[in-house]
Each structure stands twice: as C-alpha cells, then as structure tokens.
Ligand binder design. Structure first.
Ligand code: EPU
Length: 395
C-alpha cells in the first residue's frame, strides 16, 4: 500500500495536461464488445479502472494491442466467455456496463455485484428495469448478477430516477436488440460515438481547485472549456480568474476566497464528483458557504478529515454548512473514496506543513499520474510505500 506525503503551503504554478475522462472510458471499453470487430480507442487515461476494464475484455477473449500509452486496439471478434470474474467486477463500479454489452451481443452476461466508491446505497434496479423491458430475465444470487434473453427486443423505458449508469447500460443492451428503443428521463452527459475519449471534466476541475486553494496560477491543456462551465462559474464566483482558450483554461487566484452556495445536480448541473473538492476549497473562504449534495445519499464521509485540519463544517443530512477558517493545519488524512481522496490532497497542499494521505488506491483509480502532475506544478508531494507489517498493525 502507498500513501502520499505532502508538504503544503506553496502556490501551484505551471501547465498540466488533462487525460481522457474515466467515466467515459469505462463505458466505451465495454461498448467495443458490441462492435464484434476491431476498435481503436484513443486518449484512454492510464488509471487503474481503465486497466481493470481492459483486463476484463482480455479475460472475455478480446485481443488487445497497445498502440501507444493512451491508444489501444481492441478486437472483440472472438469472445469466448460472458462471465466477468469476481475479482475484477468488484474492483470498480463500472463493471456493470459489461452486463448491458454482453446481453446485447450474446443474450447473456454475468458480473459480481460491482464495487467502487462508497457513496451510500448504489442500487442497480433501473439498469435491470431496462433489461426487463427488452425481454431479458435477471437473477441475483450469491452476489452474482446474471441477465439473459433468448431474443432481445427494443422497448420503452421511463426511468424512475436520472441515472448515468442505467442510461448507458440500457443503450448498450438496446444497440443490437431488434426494433426501436425509447428511453425517457435519461442522463444527458452522452457524447456520441467519438472513439477519442473526451477530456476528463473532473480531473480538470480538480486542478482548477488546486490553483484556487493554493493561490496558484495553472494552465490546463486538452480540456473542453464548454464542459467546464458549471465549475468555472462557481470558481469565478469564489474569486478566481478564469481565462478560456480553444482547448485550454488558465485559472489563478490572487485575492481572498469568497463563500458560495452550491447544489450538485444531474448534468448539466454542478457535478457531484466535484463536491468534495469544492467543500475543501470553501473551508478557506471568508464567510459561510452551503453545499448541498443532490445525487448521493452519503457523500460527506470525508468531512471529519477536514475537521481534523481545523475546518469548521457542520453536516446535516445532504447539506454541509462551512464557516471559512483562516488556515488549514497539516494532519494525517484518509482518502475515503476517489474524489474525497483528491480533495484531501488539495487540502494538504494548502496547509502549511507536512500531511499524509492514506488509502491512495482510491485516488489512483481515477487520476492519471497525479503525484507527477502536481510535482510538475511545484508541489512538494511524494508517494511512499507503507510496509506490509505497518498496514496489518494499523488494521
Ligand atoms: N440510482 C438508483 N437506481 C439505479 C441507479 C442509480 O436509484 O438503478 C440512483 C443512485 O443511488 C444515485 C442516483 O441514482 O442516487 C444517480 O446514480 P447514477 O446511476 O447516475 O450513478 P453511477 O452511474 O453509478 C456515475 C459516475 C459517478 C458519478 C455519478 C453521478 C461512473 C462510473 N460513475 O455513477 O462518478 O458520481 O454518475 O454523476 O460513471 C466518480 O467518478 O467519482 C463517481 C462516483
């Protein structure tokens, strides 16, 4: 296991390249199953969730050729299994996309109950509702979800809740189903079938917060400024200057941070995955901020870590009230999930002195080379291996 050791208090200055979007990549990789041939996928981020998706494809029988660090050729002509192994299913949430893709191509798919960040209950009833509407049967036994259909037909689905995962899974299953499918009340963050993965909005937003929280000046390359608008608007309201270019953004902060009210909502609203990062930032704003989580039931578990650093935050259900403090103090911190982990890194970069962030495995599921990218911006951050005996003593 690894931890990050961070000496904070330095403004981050310089340029950073943003990788492909994790949440697009982990859906497009299973979608290659539907092609039943060769696909070239570009701009794949080098993160553990992508590596796990590639490994699943390979275990199902796909041939995979690495063309460059971020480009892979995937040939799904001859798959010989429709069952995703338990170990890989449990590593990430997005393993559920293999259900829709395998059902669509072969009429049968099996994955173990997916893993991923613990953000409260993460049901998949809406995914199964769509598969059922297409004539499939499902069973959940011993932690295995199995879907099957002799003859998949298009159907009409009205989702009870707006779900990114259920919308994508229904589309994956519907592509090869006979007839027309109509999906209503869908998630709207889809971007056609461009095989070059779109830039990661949340990775970009995280580096924007890094500039804002350290009073830095960072230019982000390979971003789509339009996709960043909800985040840009809030950071401007918090007192940052943001300049937009064709595929770059420059963000700097020179003055004080201003408090904000924000509520996370389905796309195109403010993204829930930025919520922990914004909360970390607002601990240093002058005045009272209110952050409301509109998607997940339990996405404030990391707040205790910020309180250890001297932040003043009260959480009541889905609402956090943040009284800004003058400074954050260094502390031992835990990455409770992927985005909360990134928020801890940003908070540590702002605190004068040495903090340590544990359980960084969560962070590396979704951030490509985060340590190296932050170092290039002038951060004093190191990855340190935790000896196995120290881990077992801690447990
Ligand atoms: N929901 C249901 N039933 C379902 C599916 C979802 O009730 O069958 C509920 C959930 O409990 C939640 C809401 O609907 O309250 C939204 O869930 P959604 O299905 O949209 O989330 P997801 O597809 O599991 C993706 C991202 C998350 C991101 C959410 C919301 C992936 C792999 N994950 O999750 O990203 O928070 O959409 O935008 O695409 C992250 O990157 O850190 C992350 C957690």
């Amino acid at each position: 296991m690894e931890k990050y050791v961070i000496r904070g208090g330095k403004p981050l200055v310089g340029d950073v390249n943003i990788g492909g979007a994790k949440n697009a990549a982990v859906a497009i990789l299973p979608a290659t199953i539907l092609a039943g041939g060769k696909c070239l996928i570009e701009n794949l981020p080098c993160i553990s969730d992508v590596m796990a998706s590639l490994q699943i494809l390979s275990e199902l029988g796909a041939s995979i050729r690495m063309v460059s660090r971020s480009t892979y050729e995937i040939d799904t002509s001859h798959l010989d299994s429709t069952e995703v192994s338990n170990e890989l299913s449990r590593q990430m949430r997005a393993s559920y996309y293999f259900l829709g893709a395998l059902l669509g191509r072969f009429g049968s798919g099996q994955v173990a109950m997916p893993g991923g960040c613990n953000l409260g209950p993460r049901p998949i009833d809406q995914h199964l509702k769509a598969f059922t509407a297409f004539g499939a049967e499902d069973s959940v036994e011993y932690g295995q979800i199995h879907v099957r259909s002799e003859h998949l037909v298009g159907g009409h689905v009205f989702f009870d809740t707006v779900s990114v995962g259920a919308t994508m899974n229904a589309m994956l299953a519907a592509v090869l189903a006979e007839g027309t499918t109509i999906l209503e009340n869908v998630a709207r963050e889809m971007h056609g079938c461009n095989y070059s993965i779109i830039p990661d909005q949340i990775e970009a937003g995280s580096y924007m917060v890094a500039a804002a929280i350290t009073k830095g000046d960072i230019t982000l390359h390979n971003v789509i400024p339009k996709h960043m608008e909800p985040i840009t608007a809030k950071l401007r309201a918090a007192g940052c200057e943001v300049e937009e270019f064709d595929d770059a953004l420059r963000i700097r902060r020179t003055g004080e941070l201003k408090p904000l009210k924000l509520k996370t909502m389905p796309h195109p609203g403010f993204p829930t995955d930025m919520q922990p990062l914004m909360t970390a930032l607002l601990t240093l704003a002058k005045g009272t901020s209110i952050v409301t989580e509109g998607i997940w039931e339990n996405r404030f578990r990391y707040v205790d870590e910020l309180i250890h650093m001297g932040a003043n935050i009260q959480v009541d259900g889905q609402v956090a009230v943040i009284e800004g403090v003058k400074e954050l103090h260094p502390a031992p911190l835990r990455a409770t999930d992927l985005r909360a982990g990134a928020a801890m890194v940003m908070a540590a970069l702002a605190a004068n002195g040495v903090s340590e962030v544990d359980e960084t495995i969560h962070i590396e599921r979704g951030y490509e080379n985060i340590v190296e990218k932050l170092q290039a911006l002038g951060a004093d951050i190191r990855r340190v291996e935790i000896p196995a005996n120290a881990v077992s003593r801690a447990i």
